[in-house]
Write a protein that binds this ligand. Sequence first.
Ligand code: C2E
Ligand code: CA
Ligand code: CA
Ligand code: CA
Length: 279
Amino acid sequence: AKANGKASYQFFRPQLSQNLVIKLNNEQSLREAIDGNEFVLYYQPRVDAASGELRSLEALVRWIHPVRGLIQPDEFIPLAEKTGLIVKLGELVIEKACAQLALWKQQGVPLVPVSVNVSSPQFNQGNFDAIFESHLIEHGIDPSFVEIELTESCMMGEDQAIFSQLAALKSLGVKLLLDDFGTGYSSLSQLQRLDLDILKVDRAFTAKLGESKEGEVFFMAIISMAHVLNMRVVAEGVETVEQLHILQALSCNEIQGYYISRPVPANEIERLMHKRFLF
Ligand code: C2E
Ligand code: CA
Ligand code: CA
Ligand code: CA
């Protein structure tokens, strides 16, 4: 047993330190990418489910790596969250979204609100509301043209600090959206306390539409609850016309997904902003 233990120890140790080196390298390169401004925003439309009219654009970050090219957020957002680098990266995203809105406004592109994804560590310093507002002011952006996409992890526990930062943003006129709804454990009272404007149902539920009654029943319950609480419902991950038709029948307010458009760079989204009705 002792010999085995030693063997596995010898086998395991170099493996561990190698992983650590890879992790540190990644963290270091992510840090350098933030300092070197290697990120761009893609935008995905969200449209009215009944009319197809463009309602909002979700800003989704991409890393343009000098060697590897375009890197999707699933490859670096989790690391950014774990290391705290998301605070700096998140502020970069807010700054870019505001700068883009200001540019579109200056160019006379018909504006719709832009939503940005925010991770819970971004609230840890307690001044997220002030940082956000300073970028709005710097670029002359009306707060009603930005929305914040939160996940349920932002609302875990009784963190009063997060609630007061969100309340400050709400009083400016910024809209709050709960993302990936249905995957967490929020209670109705937590949702009410946050004073959310929009529930975005996770695409796992959209994928079930048309395949079983389960997805439809879930949407039906969520939509009736949300409407009583004065919230709008967005279905994400809509890929087929069948899914759209079911959601229309259920009075879902808005949809987002590949059926309308994938996330695309700013110059490609401008064409859709001029077109306005996307189906
Ligand atoms: P999310 O916020 O849930 O964003 C939606 C994701 O679903 C996007 O992936 C989008 O490309 C994808 N998607 C949209 N429509 C469809 C569809 O019809 N079918 C399928 N299969 N997928 C669809 P993306 O852009 O790779 O982003 C992944 C996640 O990375 C986001 O999930 C979000 O959690 C995170 N993320 C992206 N940008 C940011 C950011 O600026 N800050 C933070 N904190 N997180 C971000
Ligand atoms: Ca989102
Ligand atoms: Ca989502
Ligand atoms: Ca997601």
